[in-house]
Design a binder for this molecule. Structure first.
Ligand code: CBY
Length: 434
């Protein structure tokens, strides 16, 4: 009761004191919450056993939007605790940043775990290791700038130590780490805007002291990154692709001072994302978790708001929902595809797989046919399997090399575990530089 009186007052205060921090947010209306149900189903149904980064993404998302599914949350927290206790040294910096954000979100009781396990100190060390790797390896971090942005964001939100000057040195919009080849990475740029906005706010609030030039540069960086994000807007309103749009929306919510109202039709973006949901595009828990906050008007900067994140959505996860049945057309039970591995030479195979197979099934079948040419290794990531080597040739972050997936010469926007292949398709894994 008391809170409900205080909130409008606090809102009014914010409005009058710091207009430069206002956000332009469009969100799904309550009567449309039912359209988000497939996302919750995806997050709910998954196993969350081996791999933590998808549980962390899901926990953070549920906390932020204020969904009261205690059963699921407890399961996720147990798993995260196990990771923190047993294998923290193997966790990369961005994953630890996500763990911190998820445990600390909205002042829930698990927040203490951050301090019990000294997660902020450990994150500071992992962030420093990223910087040291950049010094030693031609500006290439141990992981990538998406994770470095998560690191700065978590350190900024939870009062960790970081050097503002270092942030200014490393996060300039011209930095190659925002790009994969010539392509600007919207996911990366969006996460950087969130991190830089947090840093900017701490400087303005006087929580962190620095000279005027750093603050000015951070504003210039945000403006330039926002321009790059908006230039990746497609005709249907998606920004980058289906999977980067949620994070791009978050970045645009917190940076509305930096673009004109007419530069972005938020409602159109929102509607296209809702259509994608109904088409089953967010069937991986991480994909569902990453898009949900923006649809409910939340951003990662809400993580340390003074209130707990209770929302009108609190109980909608308990409502009944009839899953949409997708009718698949009748097609032959086997399909055949052309598969190739390209290094300097190209190695071909014609592979027959059951209809409905994914890219990984094709690679496995080819491997069985010829292990020397088509042998490969992979590791589990929050988005499913990631190919680490083919023919014994390993991807390397220090060299910015990876195995790129293509169909008909065009890079895929899904991984090997989720891309469903078609009859007659020309699939390729190509040794590439990003
Ligand atoms: N997360 C991370 O560290 C990953 C950051 C990320 C920007 C990520 C996309 C965005 C996100 N929201 O998580 C990212 N990809 C990176 C950094 C990379 C590089 C990884 C190496 C490094 N330096 O860390 C790299 C090599 C450029 C890369 N992604 C490659 C690929 C291809 C993987 C192929 C393989 N070997 O298995 C692939 C399939 C592109 C291709 N055609 O080859 C790819 N990425 C895709 C499609 C994606 C999207 C996944 C979408 C989906 N439905 O599966 C992505 C969301 C993501 C994961 N990559 Co990268 C981008 C998008 O399409 N919007 C933090 C950690 C804690 O979890």
């Amino acid at each position: 009761m008391r809170q409900s009186h205080q909130l409008p007052l606090a809102g009014l205060l914010l409005f009058s004191l710091i207009p430069s921090q206002l956000c332009e947010i469009c969100e799904v209306s309550e009567e449309n919450y039912i359209r988000l149900k497939p996302l919750l189903n995806t997050m709910n149904q998954s196993k969350y056993t081996r791999e933590t980064s998808s549980s962390v993404n899901v926990l953070l998302s549920l906390q932020l939007v204020g969904i009261q599914n205690q059963n699921l949350k407890q399961k996720l927290i147990q798993q995260i605790k196990y990771t923190v206790k047993r294998r923290l040294s193997q966790v990369n910096s961005g994953e630890l940043a996500l763990i911190t954000l998820a445990l600390g979100a909205c002042h829930n009781p698990d927040e203490n775990l951050i301090y019990d396990y000294h997660l902020i100190d450990k994150l500071e060390n992992k962030f420093q290791a990223e910087i040291e790797n950049m010094e030693a390896h031609n500006g290439n971090p141990l992981t990538n700038y998406y994770q470095l942005s998560l690191d700065v964001l978590a350190l900024c939100l939870f009062n960790g130590t970081y050097s503002t000057t270092e942030v200014v040195n490393y996060f300039a919009p011209e930095n190659k780490n925002y790009y994969f080849g010539r392509q600007f990475s919207v996911d990366t740029g969006a996460m950087a805007v969130l991190a830089l906005t947090c840093v900017k706010r701490s400087l303005i609030n006087g929580q962190v002291k620095t000279d005027e030039s750093n603050l000015k540069n951070i504003s210039i960086y945000i403006k330039s990154l926002v321009e790059k994000i908006l230039s990746e807007k497609k005709e249907n309103g998606l920004i980058g692709n289906t999977f980067s749009t949620g994070e791009a929306m978050q970045a645009l919510f917190v940076s509305s001072d930096y673009y004109h109202e007419n530069d972005w039709n938020c409602q159109q973006t929102l509607n296209t994302v809702l259509t994608k949901i109904s088409q089953g595009a967010f069937s991986i828990p991480t994909a569902a978790a990453q898009v949900l906050p923006a649809l409910m008007g939340k951003t990662f900067l809400d993580v340390n708001k003074d209130s707990s994140c209770v929302s009108a959505a609190g109980n909608f996860s308990n409502s009944t929902y009839e899953p949409v049945t997708v009718t698949t057309p009748v097609t032959p039970s086997s399909i055949s595809v052309n598969y190739s591995v390209r290094i300097n030479e190209t190695y071909f195979a014609n592979v027959t797989v059951p209809n409905g197979s994914v890219f990984l099934d094709v690679m496995e079948k080819a491997q069985k046919m010829n292990d020397t040419i088509f042998g490969f290794t992979m590791e589990e990531s929050s988005w499913g399997p990631y190919i680490t080597s083919v023919q014994g040739l390993w991807a390397s972050n220090n060299d910015r090399t990876y195995w790129e997936l293509l169909s008909g010469g065009i890079p895929l926007s899904q991984g090997v575990g989720s891309y469903v292949v078609h009859d007659g398709e020309n699939l390729e894994v190509r040794w590439s530089k990003y």
